[in-house]
Design a binder for this molecule. Structure first.
Ligand code: C2E
Ligand code: MG
Ligand code: MG
Length: 555
């Protein structure tokens, strides 16, 4: 019996359905975790209200003429009536007589239109807000329940954002309810543009909205919250009257702040209240730790913005060396941030933030311009010409202005295109292979080189490699690090070198740190190496000194 009990407990703990177990006389003995979420009863364990609701379902479905099925409205945790469907099955005891009944409870919700988009003004379909067409609170509770169960099963994370328009009543009072309604419709439209198709934007009631997001990282919710704040910043035009509104946003994250949908909702409400009372037009996390993280990320973004204006960026150059001759044959331009307070900050720490906050394009353009200008200066000073390669981030590569930018920079600096190479990574190319090939061809037509950086760490779809009009493959550091001690890694490195030869590409090994790496690479036909063995990335004047020596001095 205790085994069975354990099984039932574990079942109810893990089952993703809203389930209730009752005795033959309709008395509730257990409910599943999901039951609370689905019925909107905030509270943990078997809260009285949840049990009462469960009893109601079970008695109705077990009534002699119900046939184990019941459909109807019930009062939920938020005090509103909602439609549910309940199916009951008997669990027989050893004597073959029903000992318990299991009821599965499902909220009845309308499905969205065939194209997946909610229908605006749908005349009150169950589950959708009639004014904005967004899912309403009923569907919200359902979606939270589903996403939480999925996340708990797969170990994923969920962010819930509760949002209130600040001072919405002022708009209603000053311009009338019709204008207020139009504002809400427009706000809903903008909200939809802030989230992915798989996320849910909801209108809860009045001026309150919510977003339910599956996230990989807390930073994802920061990005969305900032998008929401800036999307409403643009004035709304209501009958020729410009209106500016702001949002207050409360965020809670599962599993950090809550382990159930009910708690997730409750904690996001608390965070919203905090956001409203501490100044509005902002987002607040439920947990202090996340507030701290979000603040430091926001601070980094602000400092980044200042850094470009204050000229705090510097370009370092790392030599690419012919291992045969110990001579510099090229360089990679690598950005550094000299922060006046924190010292030198690595690109690995700020490039992803610049990329997400939309600052990578001006920063990337600056690096391109600076390194082309520097290369031309070296050539004008009589040094042997070398190719300098510049890293291009995903957003830059996909930007429509990249080609124009390269043309502009080459024109401004007077650098011959053959001395410029752009480094891109495989992952940037795989979403839209045809589009990427077109873009790469246009860049190659300018006369510049194109290399695949970190080769071997991305999709590595060899079938596409032949289609990409590239000039160079850069073997990722990961394959070089133990090339002298690990036979498998050595085989992979050999294969990449052979592949490059077969495709008539230049091959550069990144991260060569010791003589054994250099020997291996040279013996296996990779002559060009970049790594700490020869030099770390250095400032332009130091690089110039190295170029003036005909032979590299090894570190
Ligand atoms: P990446 O393009 O793969 O650059 C090579 C990185 O490997 C550089 O790190 C370089 O310092 C490091 N490295 C080179 N040789 C060795 C070695 O022997 N041992 C070890 N342990 N490391 C070596 P860095 O400069 O910190 O740059 C990191 C990444 O940041 C770059 O990787 C690139 O993805 C990105 N990045 C740097 N500058 C820019 C830029 O101007 N624009 C963009 N979009 N990304 C940049
Ligand atoms: Mg690179
Ligand atoms: Mg690399």
């Amino acid at each position: 019996m205790s085994d069975t009990q354990g099984l039932v407990d574990s079942l109810l703990e893990n089952i993703r359905d809203a389930a209730v177990v009752a005795t033959p006389d309709g008395r509730v003995v257990r409910i599943s975790k999901a039951f609370e979420v689905v019925t909107g009863h905030v509270g943990s364990g078997q809260s009285l209200s949840a049990v009462v609701l469960g009893e109601h379902f079970m008695r109705e479905a077990m009534a002699p003429d119900a046939g184990g099925q019941w459909q109807g409205a019930a009062r939920c945790g938020d005090g509103r009536d909602r439609n549910f469907e309940v199916t009951v099955s008997a669990i027989d005891g050893a004597d073959g007589q029903p000992r318990h009944y299991l009821g599965l409870v499902r909220p009845v919700t309308a499905t969205p239109a065939a194209d997946g988009a909610p229908v605006v003004g749908d005349g009150g379909r169950f589950g959708y807000d009639t004014l904005t067409g967004l899912p309403n609170r009923d569907l919200f509770i359902d979606r939270v329940g589903q996403i939480v169960l999925r996340a708990n099963r797969t170990g994923g994370s969920v962010a819930l954002m509760m949002m209130g328009l600040d001072r919405f009543t002022l708009v209603n009072d000053a311009l009338g309810h019709a204008a207020g309604d139009r504002l809400l419709v427009e706000v809903a439209r903008r909200l939809r543009t802030c989230v992915r198709e798989t996320d849910t934007a909801v209108r809860l009631d009045g001026d309150r909205f919510a977003l339910v997001l599956a996230i990989a990282d807390v930073d994802d919710s920061v990005t969305v919250a900032e998008k929401v704040l800036s999307s409403v910043k643009e004035p709304f035009n209501l009958d020729g009257q410009e209106v500016v509104v702001t949002f207050s946003i409360g965020i809670s994250v599962l599993p950090v702040d809550a382990d159930s949908g009910a708690n997730l909702v409750k904690h996001a409400e608390h965070a919203l209240h905090y956001a409203k009372t501490s100044g509005r037009n902002q987002y607040q996390f439920f947990s202090k730790d996340m507030n701290r993280k979000a603040r430091s990320r926001l601070e980094l973004e602000t400092r980044l913005r200042r850094a470009l204006v204050n000229e705090e960026f510097v370009v370092f150059y790392q030599p690419k060396v012919s291992a045969d001759r110990d001579a510099i044959v090229g360089a990679e331009a690598l950005i550094r941030w000299m922060d006046p307070e924190r010292g030198m900050i690595s690109p690995a720490d700020f490039i992803p933030v610049a990329e997400e906050s939309g600052q990578i394009e001006p920063i990337g353009s600056w690096v391109l311009w600076k390194s082309c200008q520097q290369n031309k200066l070296w050539q004008d000073a009589g040094l042997a010409p070398i190719k300098v390669s510049v890293n291009v981030s995903a957003r830059q590569f996909h930007s429509r202005t990249l080609l124009d930018k390269v043309v502009e920079v080459l024109g401004q600096t007077g650098l011959d295109p053959k001395w410029l190479e752009l480094e891109i990574t495989e992952s940037m190319l795989m979403n839209d292979v045809d589009g990427a090939v077109r873009k790469m061809k246009a860049l190659r037509d300018l006369g510049i080189g194109l290399s695949i950086d970190d080769f071997g760490t991305g999709y590595s779809s060899l079938s596409y490699l032949g289609r990409f009009p590239i000039t160079t493959l850069k073997i990722d550091r990961a394959f070089i690090a133990d090339v002298d001690t690990n036979a498998k890694t050595a085989e992979i490195a050999r294969a990449i070198i052979g592949l490059s030869r077969g495709l008539n590409l230049e091959v550069v090994a990144e991260g060569a740190e010791v003589a054994a790496h250099i020997n291996f690479l040279r013996d296996n036909g990779c002559d060009t190496v970049q790594g700490f063995y020869y030099s770390r990335p250095v400032a332009a004047d130091e690089f110039e000194k190295m170029m003036r020596q005909s032979v590299m001095v090894r570190t």
